[in-house]
Design a protein. Sequence first.
Length: 158
Amino acid sequence: MSDRDVDTPSTTGTEWYKDGLRFSCTQCGNCCTGPPGVVWFNDDEADAMAKKLGISRATFYRKYTRKVGQRHSLKETVTEHGHDCVFLDRESVPGKAVCSLYEARPTQCRTWPFWPENLHSPMTWRAVKRATPCPGMDRGKLVPIEEIRIQRDAHLDE
Ligand code: SF4
């Protein structure tokens, strides 16, 4: 985002999305790749992912995570697309990139793109949509404010 993208006082810090936002994932996988990043999860989420994989929590941490400061993030695999999440599956569905742990994916993934930092203002929402790029934002199903709040505030429990 350029430093010309300055928020206006009328939209910053308010629920400018009170009428809802459109979002329908196209399964392009762009939000699961790109530059190096982190995917955070808590112990319950680690257990859910380990269970889905049929392995122990200890094995899950050893094989699929890396230490970042005091926390653990999911590992990434460098591909022609960028740093793919280790669980991003580009093979099973032709032309799509899907999460191989979908039902057990952590909060960070479940709540995309309704993260507090993405919702800061219309400007940040558009910048994230452009930078990812996420073709699912501003298209398809209208997500009501009540659901956006649940996804936005899920991050407060981490
Ligand atoms: S970038 Fe957007 S459309 Fe593509 S997989 Fe992620 S959420 Fe779906």
